[in-house]
Design a protein around this ligand. Structure first.
Ligand SMILES: N[C@@H](CCC(=O)N[C@@H](CS)C(=O)NCC(=O)O)C(=O)O
Length: 219
């Protein structure tokens, strides 16, 4: 086994990479980042001092940042699901949408979640208000953008959908996607039905009690 992934199943950025791995049934060893395996945190910090996860160790080649890990998989462990399109023009569009989901869905979602981890006298309502406003703007834009594509950036499943799945999953928990955004809600449901993401969601289910704002009683 050449691939080791330092990850936790409940982490949104780890799910992004897990979806990519499951899409092509790529074999890997999970280096679980949990309280029962503190040695894996130690090893992660040795490899990447920021300690951010996921991190991929491919037979000694270390790759961090979820997008870069998926790029690495597409380059070195490709399968029948081509997560980065072959033509540069299509690939550009996929990469652009990947950035949209990371920067304008995942980031504000994480800001809202992080605020719940602060002591009550250190909560920052301004940051949360701005994050909610960004999610509203992005939801509206995505809702208008999605029609015409089967998936986020194209007619085939790609890196952009790997980013979309966990970001929209958790964003809807902290800032529900309004009923008026029918296309976006339908797309989130479509992602939930995709076997790779359904597997990631099932593996993360036992950890829902860890969600700082409190997990809703639904997917
Ligand atoms: N930009 C990074 C973000 C990774 C990230 O924020 N991971 C979170 C878990 S979802 C994490 O490492 N949290 C622990 C920490 O920030 O120390 C990526 O794309 O992989």
């Amino acid at each position: 086994m050449t691939l080791s992934l330092y990850a936790h199943p409940f982490s949104s950025y780890c799910q992004k990479v897990l979806v990519a791995l499951y899409e092509n049934a790529t074999p890997f060893a999970l280096k679980m980042l949990g309280p029962e395996t503190p040695e894996n945190f130690g090893a992660l910090k040795q490899l990447w001092p920021l300690g951010k996860f996921p991190l991929l160790d491919d037979n000694g080649a270390v790759v961090f940042e979820a997008t870069s890990i998926i790029e690495h998989l597409a380059l070195n462990h490709s399968g029948s699901v081509r997560l980065i399109p072959e033509t540069p023009r299509s690939a550009l569009n996929v990469r652009m949408m990947d950035r949209v989901f990371d920067n304008y869905v995942m980031t504000p979602m994480q800001r809202i979640v992080s605020d719940h981890m602060r002591p009550s006298d250190k909560r920052d309502s301004q940051t949360v208000t701005e994050a909610r406003s960004m999610l509203d703007t992005t939801y509206r834009w995505l809702n208008g953008r999605l029609p015409g594509h089967a998936w986020a950036a194209a007619d085939t499943f790609s890196l952009a959908d790997c980013a979309a799945a966990p970001s929209l999953f958790y964003a809807d928990w902290v800032h529900p996607i309004a009923d008026e955004f029918r296309e976006l809600r339908a797309y989130r449901n479509q992602l939930l039905s995709r076997p790779s993401f359904a597997q990631a969601i099932e593996e993360a289910r036992p950890y829902r009690h860890l969600f700082p704002p409190g997990a809703p009683n639904r997917d």
